[in-house]
Design a protein around this ligand. Structure first.
Ligand SMILES: Cc1cc2nc3c(=O)[nH]c(=O)nc-3n(C[C@H](O)[C@H](O)[C@H](O)COP(=O)(O)OP(=O)(O)OC[C@H]3O[C@@H](n4cnc5c(N)ncnc54)[C@H](O)[C@@H]3O)c2cc1C
Length: 410
């Protein structure tokens, strides 16, 4: 079969939050854009279902609120954690200004489908599902597009700008020889679903004790649950058997005793590796990395999707004029990194610190049950102060991005 060749203005590898949002924004602004997604649909493993207030603000800006609200979702206004039996509320989004003072929880595939469907209403948006980016094309030193494998054979796509939005294991980043610095997180997460209990406790992000930490994201009809384990311990946990796994869950979150029997085999439990890393340079001539391809975020505070989307908005704001003109300089690509690196470089250490101290198996050991008088006193003083900052840092991020006027539809 002969090699198919296409030409576009911006070719994006990866149909996750970063890639789909960037493709949609550029196509909406009149820039011809191809997005390649290696899966045939968006219905993938759990990859985080959180839509943060800044992203909901963006949905308002895009005029998609009605369609967004029509997606089945639940809302959480606080991030409660139960530490050794003591309920704490370190984050309360009602402290945020504006109407979007909550996190929406919805299946990521529904959110991506909404953006893809909206993108498809613009003639410049070309989403190729089941298309895997396999390498970069070059013209001299400059990256000039993507080589990809599709269901209909191999294809080469020439582009003024190539974007690697292909996630933490980015093939394009590897092809460019860009190597992220890894900051070494010592945990992984085992994800599984548990049915909701007959009497729901208040919405709770996580339960911690001196042995384990379990995430219990409240979803309609189930808890999206995750057990934090030391990196590399999954085989040992499997050897200990399902009854021991269930017992561990119940020890840290006793209210789950009535539903934990629903886990009957390891096929219901998915290992997801946690990474925190970032590139020192997010770009080369003709190439830009965004989202997890530039900086893998851990699940702590569930901000990775929001950061990926904010990268897409910043890139679209900064590059759209050059893309309309048909070429993007390295200075402009460097400006994208300059804009987005500071919020990433401030958030990642917070995630790492959280994993060092609390968000790890046994991290709940710092509180007695019941709390000692001085622990109660410190909590009474510290938590209200903490809440003044956390809602903003978690909900809106260090540098929330908004659509600038150059992105208006053309
Ligand atoms: C266990 C775990 C739980 C998490 N929970 C949350 C959470 O609750 N909330 C949150 O905000 N963040 C969470 N995160 C982080 C979040 O998943 C990422 O930060 C976010 O998805 C990054 O978005 P992205 O678009 O950059 O990359 P991704 O979401 O990884 O999307 C990349 C896309 O590229 C596609 N792709 C990959 N390779 C190719 C290729 N060669 N060619 C074409 N397509 C390709 C993939 O199929 C995928 O669709 C979690 C992370 C982990 C590990």
């Amino acid at each position: 079969m002969s090699m198919r060749k296409l030409t576009t203005t911006c070719c994006i590898a990866g149909g996750g939050p970063a890639g789909i949002m960037l493709g949609f924004l550029l196509a909406r602004a009149g820039v011809d854009t191809v997005v390649l997604e290696k899966h045939a649909d968006f219905f993938r493993d759990f990859r985080g279902d959180t839509i943060h207030p800044t992203t909901i603000d963006l949905i308002d800006q895009l005029g998609l609120r009605e369609k967004f609200d029509a997606i089945r979702q639940s809302h959480i206004h606080t991030l409660d954690v139960v530490v050794n039996g003591n309920r704490l509320t370190p984050v309360n989004f009602s402290k945020l200004r504006g109407r979007n003072d909550y996190i929406a929880l919805m299946p990521q595939w529904d959110f991506l489908s909404l953006l893809a469907e909206e993108g498809a209403t613009y003639p410049n948006f070309h989403l190729m599902m089941g298309a895997t980016a396999t390498g970069l094309l070059h013209k001299g030193e400059r990256v000039s597009g993507i080589a990809a494998a599709t269901q209909d054979g191999d294809i080469e796509i020439e582009a003024a700008l190539t974007v690697a939005a292909d996630g933490r294991d980015s093939a394009l980043r590897d092809a460019a020889g860009l190597v992220p610095t890894d900051y070494g997180v010592a945990i992984d997460v085992l994800w599984f679903r548990l049915p909701r209990t007959k009497v729901d406790p208040p919405d709770t992000l996580a339960y911690l004790d001196t042995e384990s930490m379990i995430i219990t994201i409240p979803r309609e009809g189930y808890y999206q649950s995750g057990l934090l384990i030391p990196k590399g311990d999954f085989a040992k946990i499997q050897d200990d058997g399902i009854p021991a796994f269930r017992a561990r869950i119940v020890r840290v979150a006793p209210f789950l005793a009535e539903v934990v029997e629903s886990i009957t085999g390891w096929d219901q439990v998915k290992l997801l590796t946690v990474q925190v890393n970032r590139l020192s340079q997010w770009w080369q001539d003709g190439l830009l990395c965004i989202g997890d391809a530039a900086h893998a975020m851990s699940p702590a505070f569930g901000v990775g999707i929001n950061y990926a989307i904010q990268d897409a908005v910043a890139a679209a704001n900064l590059l759209v004029d050059d893309l309309r003109a048909g070429s993007v300089s390295t200075d402009e690509l460097a400006r994208v990194q300059k804009r987005r690196l500071p919020p990433v470089a401030r958030m990642q250490p917070i995630q790492l610190r959280l994993h060092d101290v609390v968000a790890k198996p046994g991290g709940g050991g710092f509180l007695a049950n019941p709390m000692t008088w001085w622990q109660r006193s410190i909590a009474a003083i510290a938590l209200p102060i903490l809440r003044l900052f956390t809602a903003r840092i978690v909900g809106r991020g260090f540098r929330p991005e908004v659509l600038e006027k150059q992105l208006n539809p053309r």
